[in-house]
Ligand binder design. Sequence first.
Ligand code: ASP
Length: 439
Amino acid sequence: MDRIAVKFGGSSLADGDQIKKVRAILAADPRRRVVVVSAPGKRHATEAKLTDLLYLCHDMAAMNTDIAGPFGLIRNRFAEIAASLQAGSSILPEIERFGEELRAGCSRDYAASRGEYFSARLIAEYLGAECIDPADSILIRANGTINGESYSRLGTRLADQEPLYVMAGFYGSDRHGRVKTFSRGGSDISGAIAARAAGAVLYENWTDTSGILMADPRIVDNPKTIGEISFQEIREMSYMGASVFHDEAILPVREAGIPIRIRNTNRPGDAGTLIVPTLSDTVMAGTEIAGIAGRKDFSMICLEKSLMNREVGFAHRLLGILREQGISFEQCPSSIDTISVIVEDGQLHGLEDVVIDKIRRQLEPDKLYIEKNLALVAVVGEGMVRTVGIASKIFSALKDARINVRVISQGASEMNIIIGVSSPDYEPAVKTLYAAFIC
Ligand code: ASP
């Protein structure tokens, strides 16, 4: 039988009622046999996220502070869910023992992973499913990436097609067998690994929105939902700030050609967004762009030097200085006598003086300065490559809105055009571009 791997995010598992919706979704399609779960999410906007409480407990315990307050919230949360489902109360004594582990100084990753671990244990018991601890199968390298062996190890664990499996998201283990987490939101990655390991025909990612929106709804009123988008486009969108899906979660399924569907647990009838290896002809023919995404808080290191173009290896040395400091860059626009490197503020934080000093000494530029408060807006879409006039539409719209463009960059794939504007122009730029392409 074909199997579908499904991942439910925190909002889909926030309380007993949400988990009952999950059971109904699983019952509606018997191919949904491999389930990956997050920790319970927030029930309302002002509630603390369970994973944040776990980190807090760990950090408080590390400072020998009494963790009773936040730990009580975690324990009560699971106790309430177990009571509401009348299942899973066997985890409660284990949660007490975990409190002791926290006080005894367990690792930060182990502490954070317990949200997903207890969530999986409880939900597996409620659904009568087999529970999988990913620490036994998923191997995470020191740099946070997946060790390829994970697929065959987890595949062996999922080999029997009959059972319903529930696996905890967000973590695996390092090469010493110690629990290691992915970056925040990493259960999306676990779901993708499970889909590939199980040889699933589809990876469904259930969340609290009916798919991926064409622009940030905090900026554009009621943006449209993307019906179909390619892996490459979605990676660009998520990398450039579109939330909903972890950008690293694309790779495991993309390599295996498994499509992803983003769906809404609260509106299971909505089609959501389908992410595919190759766009269908109708979508290709009918859409100019897939969406608009962007991020603020960038700085641009700008250098000017006469005859820079004659100095072989100038850019190499400049980027080498950044590499020595562990700084990755976003864009590197250049002209005959100037070169700029755009980096995230967070990357540069605390290293600005060292970087400037090294550039000044090693490259001797005529002019060197940092421009702050830069935002990047990406117009993403595979259709751009064969549509005349996209760039002209972008720049006339921005001109009409009197928005000054600081940087322009288009990748060789013509998958996106990235525009740098000053931070106060960020929201107006997104609104303007949405209106130009989508309304
Ligand atoms: N619970 C983890 C987090 O809050 C992982 C996840 O939900 O995907 O980041």
